[in-house]
Every structure is written in structure tokens, then in C-alpha cells.
Design a protein around this ligand. Structure first.
Ligand code: 5GP
Length: 253
């Protein structure tokens, strides 16, 4: 079989050319990075878990009418996705103060926010993905006013869906990051959810104990990251409940 052409390699994923025009294969690596890749490790099984969890969330979102790039899961580590033109912004939705919001505004972590807050960061590792205002986005042409309205609406729909999913299994959705991409359909263009949704890009806290079940376990050296992600997957029914060891997850097809 001919070797696939690598289109892009990021910190946690690789994109390969897909089997048909307009498609890509998204491969989930086991690599974990934090603090703009200053902290790095390989967490065995993380890619498998994130592939399956991202499939779970994207499929659920599509069922409630949120357009996504996800087409189908191909195997343990790969999924077929639509090729999109990525908007160079990270969209962050916050329900509870944590992370950089707490640091920036001096808010105690865990403080409930009066309403979901949507923030935009410029996707630029060399600058550390800085927070940007809508004024910057419009002035520098990273997205239009219509795109911004669509991104906020999409992000809030994702927040409602994800918060409900998580609360049903005893987990608080503290905050998360998404990315969106542009696709053309005939003369029309629209924005769809891209990248991934997984514990790598969310903050997830157990409702009862406050235990962190997301990438902060790695960022803050709080324990075994794969065990935390396995717990999220198990509660959501993505993995059978008898899986106790995170390094060799068994997937339900
Ligand atoms: P914070 O701004 O507090 O660091 O992050 C807010 C939320 O967005 C967290 O859930 C965090 O995991 C996610 N996030 C922010 N930047 C990135 C990023 O570059 N990559 C990933 N995977 N998630 C991010």
C-alpha cells in the first residue's frame, strides 16, 4: 500500500491525506504537552481514549444539529474527517473560574461564573496563544463579524450539550477549548466544529469530590492522566465498566 502523505503534524495529532478529496485522516498520538510544549511526556493509551471520546462528543453534537468535521472512526487511533480551513482562533467557553481566567482576574478557582463566558485566543504557539478581543479579530481579518456571531452561537450550543452530558455522569464541565473551520458548499460557506473535543481540551471536575479528570492532572502532576481519561470514558459508557487499567483500554465497537 502506498505511504500516506502527511499534511500536518501538531503536538497531539497528525493529519494525513484522506481517501477522497475533501477528507483527511486524523491520527491521535499519545504525546502530552503543556505550557506551550515546555512540559512533555508520552502517556500510553491517551490517543486511543481521545479518538474514542472525540468521536462520542462529535457524534452526539451532530445528532442535535451541530455541524462537525467528524465523518467516521477508522480504527483505534484514527478518524476520517472533513478537510476545513481552520480559523486561526481558539474559542474558550468557561462556566467556572479556573486556569488563566483565575490568574488574570484574581478569581479563586471554582468560583461559579454568572453566565458562560466566551473568549478568543489567537492560535500562535510562538506568542503563547494570546487572548484577543473581537476588535483585533475583525481588524486583522482573522474572521468576520458574521463568523464571530456564528462562533459564539456554536460554542454555546457545544457548552449546553457537553455540560448536560457531563453532569449526567457526575462531572462538572468547568471550561473547554474548541476550534472551528470553514467549508464551502457550492457558493455558500459555513463554519463547522473541527479539531477534537476530549479531556485534553476541557476541564472536568468530579461533582462530589472535585477530583480533576482532565489534562490538569498532567499539567499539575496530580496523578496518572490515562487513569483520569479512562474514568471519563467509563462513566460515559464509552469503555466497559470492568476496565481498571488505563494503559490497555478495550473499546466497545
Ligand atoms: P486556560 O486558558 O485556563 O489555560 O484554558 C481554558 C480551557 O481551554 C482549558 O480547558 C484548556 O484545557 C483549554 N485550552 C486552552 N488552550 C489550549 C490549547 O492550546 N490546547 C488544548 N488542547 N486546550 C487548550
Amino acid at each position: 500500500m502506498a505511504r500516506r502523505k502527511k499534511v500536518y503534524e501538531g503536538k497531539a495529532k497528525i493529519l494525513y491525506e484522506g481517501p477522497e478529496p475533501g477528507t483527511l485522516v486524523q491520527y491521535f498520538k499519545d504525546d502530552a504537552t503543556a505550557f506551550n510544549a515546555q512540559k512533555k511526556d508520552v502517556i500510553e493509551g491517551k490517543g486511543v481514549l481521545n479518538n474514542r471520546l472525540s468521536e462520542f462528543f462529535m457524534t452526539g453534537l451532530a445528532q442535535i444539529g451541530v455541524p462537525t468535521h467528524f465523518l467516521k472512526r477508522l480504527n483505534m487511533r484514527e478518524q476520517l474527517i472533513r478537510s476545513v480551513e481552520i480559523i486561526p482562533l481558539e474559542i474558550i467557553v468557561r462556566n467556572i473560574a479556573a486556569g488563566t481566567l483565575s490568574t488574570r482576574l484574581g478569581l479563586e478557582e471554582g468560583t461559579a461564573l454568572p453566565r458562560p463566558i466566551v473568549e478568543f485566543c489567537l492560535k500562535d504557539d510562538s506568542l503563547g496563544d494570546p487572548l484577543v478581543a473581537e476588535e483585533h479579530i475583525i481588524a486583522f481579518g482573522w474572521a468576520s463579524q458574521q463568523d464571530l456571531d456564528d462562533m459564539v452561537a456554536l460554542a454555546l450550543r457545544v457548552n449546553d450539550f457537553m455540560s448536560g452530558c457531563m453532569m449526567a455522569v457526575g462531572i462538572k464541565l468547568v471550561d473547554f477549548k474548541i476550534e472551528v473551520g470553514r467549508v464551502w458548499e457550492g457558493d455558500y460557506q459555513r463554519l463547522i466544529l473541527a479539531d477534537e473535543i476530549s479531556p485534553d481540551s476541557c476541564r472536568l471536575w468530579d461533582v462530589e469530590t472535585g477530583q480533576k479528570l482532565d489534562k490538569d492532572v498532567f499539567r499539575r502532576d496530580l496523578g496518572n492522566l490515562a487513569d483520569a481519561y479512562t474514568e471519563v470514558a467509563r462513566r460515559l459508557g464509552v469503555l466497559p465498566s470492568n476496565v481498571t487499567h488505563a494503559t490497555k483500554p478495550t473499546l466497545i465497537n
